[in-house]
Each structure stands twice: as C-alpha cells, then as structure tokens.
Design a protein. Structure first.
Length: 365
C-alpha cells in the first residue's frame, strides 16, 4: 500500500480559500498587536531542546542534529522562544518590552478537542512587568485582536495558578497530603479526597467558581491572606475593564497553567469546541539566575479558519488575452483580483472568476 499523497495523522494541507484566510487572519491579529506597540520577532521552528523553555517536553518532536549531535526539537509553543530572545539578544532593551509573533508549532499528538498536531500560533508578550495594568493591557489586546477577526461570543475564563500554593504557605493545612496531591484533587473537584486527607479548608475553593464577581464574593468570605485579597481586587478591576465579554473565574484550575504565576486565562468564542487562546503571567529566567516578570497570550488561528473567518470578499475578474497591463493594474487598485487568460477562449467560471473584462468593461461572467 503506497503512502503517496497521504499525510500523517493530525496533519493537513490548507487549500484555497482556507490557506489565504489563514494568512489574512494572522495579518489581522498581528496588525492589532502592532497598533499597540508590539514589535514582531521570528524565532526558528527548530531549536536545541534544552533551549525550549515552554510547552511540555512530552509534546515535542525530537531528533538528533547531524551537525552538532545534540538533541533538537520542533517547537510546540513560541512563548518560551520569545522569552529567550528577550533575555539574550534584547536583554539591553528598555522594559517593559513588547514583542509579538506568529508561526507554526507542532506537537507529538493532538487531543479530542484539538486533534491537529500542527497549529498556527500568534500572540504577544509583555516582558518586564506582570502588574495589574500590564494584565489589563494584554487581555484587552487579545480581545481586540479576536474581535477584529469577526469572532463573536467571546468569553474569558480567569484562573489563579499559584493560589493553592500561596494559601499553603500562609498556613492553610494540607492535612496529611502533599501540595501536589491537593492541587490535583482541586483540579479534579474531588471533595471526598480532600476531606479524607484532612484538607477540608480547601473544599470551599471548588464552589468559588463561576461568573467572576460571584466567584470573587465567595472567595472573600474565606480567611485569605492580604496578598491574595489584593490579587482578588486586581482581578475584579480586570474583569470590569472587559466590556461586552463574559468573564468567569475558576480559582484552582491549573491544567496547562503550571508555569504561570498570579493570573492565567483562557479565551473562547462562539462555535469553537476548544479554546481559541490562552495566556497569563509568568517569569523568564536570565542566564545569571534572575527571574523577570512577564505576561502574554497565545492565539490558535486554525479554529478561526474552520469557522469560515478571514475569507476575503474580493471578486475575481478574467482578463482576456492581450489585455493591456495598465488596465489590469487599475482594476487591482480598485480592489479586483485579476486572472489573466493564457489562451483565447478561456472560460471565466473554469478559472473561478465571477466576472470578465469585455469591451472595456467588467461584466458578470
């Protein structure tokens, strides 16, 4: 059985018009980021695996470099690459540093909601601050960028990735369980396991999830340290600034947010089975061991293409053989897509043209 023409599971070709829609959506997303002062960087698709700081190592496709004999990997996430650039080649740049990117990422396998193994990722990172003001900016830019694509029904699910660890450090009893056990049980909403381990104090956190303001009100009824209370106030202000967007809070959700700090978030839209993006606050390690605060987001563009977004409405017109070049140029300036016939008798509809230039005028085909 031949494999000619077949692709590995989870990979696909993008054909017209979806391939053009993908490029158009990337341009829309990056144009919004650029308008807010984010400058584009373009990391390589392949790096030494040891340099890829973000993305699970289980998701990376690895191979040996025939030149250096070191292990290389295809990136499964671009965020860590941007961080590497920020603390090396751009280490001397003034902070906060605003960077954006767009490119392909690959992973070993997909999942039920996102079966594809290659995705187009676009995003922005603000390096040098993870303050509430920085978080407000980053989330606003992400929402504006997605809105510009035509995506409707936007919602944001906020998380507090370090909350449980912070509460344990402040004296909340873990019973006879470990911190990782309690975090796993909270991820799974396993009230029975928490109580059996004597970690009852964490049980109310499970109920404190839902629409952001009701979740915050439930959290404020608990015996929380002042630092966490200040964080709740910052989240309330953040939610208030997201006009027209549904905002929820799940304070103990950590799946996929393990490397983030005080804030994480996922972005969803109408018609999408999986999240269209995620982000949050994190730290970037410098070579001397210093940790620099950062916050950013990553958007997954392929789902937007599958919704039918990004397809341009420009109309194609067939130019008969011998059409002067200046006429074609003028039509393109007017917004037409021109297709030049290579031989007499070419049919407009065969070449996917709805119009034809005839007797000096554009007419329906």
């Amino acid at each position: 059985m031949t494999s000619f023409g077949l692709l590995p599971e989870g990979l696909r070709d993008r054909l017209p018009p979806q391939a053009q829609a993908l490029a158009s959506l990337v341009r829309t997303l990056t144009d919004v980021c650029a308008a807010h002062g984010y400058e584009r960087v373009a990391p390589p698709l392949i790096e030494y695996e040891a340099s890829l700081a973000s993305g699970s190592s289980r998701e990376r496709l690895r191979f040996t470099d025939p030149v250096s004999q070191m292990t290389l990997a295809l990136r499964s996430d671009i965020t860590g690459q941007v961080g590497r650039i920020a603390v090396t080649r751009l280490a001397g740049q003034a902070r906060p540093l605003r960077l954006m990117y767009a490119g392909q990422v690959a992973r070993v396998r997909g999942d039920q909601l996102s079966p594809e193994r290659e995705r187009t990722q676009a995003g922005a990172e603000l390096i040098g601050s993870d303050s509430p003001a920085a978080a407000a900016e980053v989330l606003a830019v992400a929402v504006e960028a997605l809105t510009a694509t035509g995506l409707t029904g936007l919602s944001v699910d906020l998380t507090m990735p370090t909350l449980v660890a912070d509460l344990a450090a402040a004296g909340w009893s873990l019973g006879h369980a470990s911190l990782s056990d309690v975090q796993a049980w909270l991820d799974g909403k396993d009230v029975g396991a928490l109580r059996a381990a004597g970690a009852d104090q964490y049980v109310p956190l499970i109920a404190a999830a839902g629409p952001v303001h009701s979740a915050l009100a439930a959290l404020k009824q608990l015996d929380l340290p002042n630092a966490v209370l200040a964080r709740l106030d910052a989240i309330a202000a953040l939610a208030d600034g997201l006009n027209g967007v549904s905002v929820t809070l799940d304070p103990t959700e950590r799946h996929g947010f393990e490397y983030q700090t005080w804030l994480g978030f996922s972005l969803f839209g109408a018609g999408l089975m999986a999240e269209v993006g995620r982000g949050g606050a994190y730290t970037v390690a410098h070579g001397d061991g210093r940790q620099e605060a950062a916050i950013g987001f990553s958007l997954y563009v392929d789902g937007l293409v599958d919704l039918g977004l990004g397809q341009e409405s420009r109309t194609r017109v067939l130019l008969p053989v011998g059409t002067p070049a200046d006429i074609g140029a003028e039509l393109r300036q007017q917004g037409w897509i021109t297709v030049a016939a290579l031989e007499a008798g070419a049919e407009a509809k065969t070449l996917n043209c709805s119009h034809i230039l005839a007797d000096g005028a554009v007419r329906p085909a």
